[in-house]
Write a protein that binds this ligand. Structure first.
Ligand code: SF4
Length: 271
């Protein structure tokens, strides 16, 4: 079974797919990856609990400060749990858990103010339950979709269940891009394809959610993007099934320089 991550690896460099899927080389995660995993986990847990916590606690008269405090406390608890859980991995990667925790506290405080303001504004126009539904729509986190006939599977960070249909959301903890990178476009198009085939409903766009700045960027997904995903899938399957080392790889110095498989790479890239 090929994963959506394999397709993104192929977009980065076909040789990377060969090293990971055929040669089965494993390298320890970089500090940025470990940090990203923890930030991901905090967001996922916070969003999974936030709706329930707010539904139980809010009344028409709940003031802004209390809403903000409830949202912050929930986020803080999730951050504390995640940092404790990943502490050994963080320390192994050279990341100070205390520094990460203080970064998270600041981020969560800012986000709690924005989210509380949105809920309070919605509460001025409607009842509490509807206000929560508007600001925090029904979501499914970490959904694994496996498509046997296609031979593709992927774990989607979050699915927004909208009236118009499901929308795949991918969290990004790294740098913000105005336009999706080729890898991000492929990732969302692959999720859209999997969702479409599972639900039998069109999925014409996805969302990249930049967690550090709490910004959502919609990304249109058309038939061409989905056909490209299918073509990539064929290429990756060919490498894996024929155990074939890709011959023609477009080498870019900045890519090889940033590649965490560089030390194990057998491609004569010369960087
Ligand atoms: S070092 Fe360069 S050629 Fe080798 S896998 Fe990484 S990006 Fe590809």
């Amino acid at each position: 079974m090929i994963t959506v991550t394999d397709l993104c690896d192929y977009v980065w460099c076909p040789h990377l797919v060969y090293l990971k899927k055929v040669r089965r080389i494993k390298v320890p995660p970089t500090p940025a990856m470990v940090r990203g995993t923890v930030l991901h986990k905090v967001r996922e847990d916070r969003e999974a609990r936030e709706r329930i916590v707010l539904t139980n606690a809010l009344e028409e008269s709940t003031p802004f400060s209390e809403i903000q405090s409830i949202i912050y406390s929930n986020g803080y608890q999730c951050a504390k749990n995640a940092v404790l859980k990943f502490r050994p991995r963080l320390e192994k990667a050279g990341i100070d858990p205390i520094e990460l925790m203080s970064f998270l506290k600041q981020e969560l405080k800012l986000e709690s103010i924005v989210r509380a303001a949105r809920i309070k504004r919605a509460m001025a126009a409607t009842d509490v339950r509807t206000a929560i539904d508007i600001v925090l729509p029904d979501q499914r986190a970490e959904e694994m979709i496996e498509d046997g006939p296609l031979g593709l599977r992927g774990r989607i960070d979050k699915i927004d269940e909208r009236r118009s249909g499901p929308v795949p959301v991918d969290y990004k903890t790294g740098a913000y891009h105005d336009e999706p990178t080729p890898g991000q476009q492929v990732q969302l198009a692959a999720y859209a394809l999997l969702l479409e085939r599972q639900r039998g409903r069109p999925v014409p766009f996805g969302i990249i959610e930049y967690t550090a700045i709490d910004r959502q960027v919609p990304v249109l997904i058309d038939d061409e993007h989905k056909e490209y995903v299918l073509a990539l899938l064929d290429e990756v399957k060919r490498i894996v099934e024929q155990r074939e080392e890709p011959k023609e790889v477009e080498i870019k110095k900045e890519k090889c320089g940033a590649c965490h498989y560089r030390e194990h790479c057998t491609y004569p890239c010369g960087f």
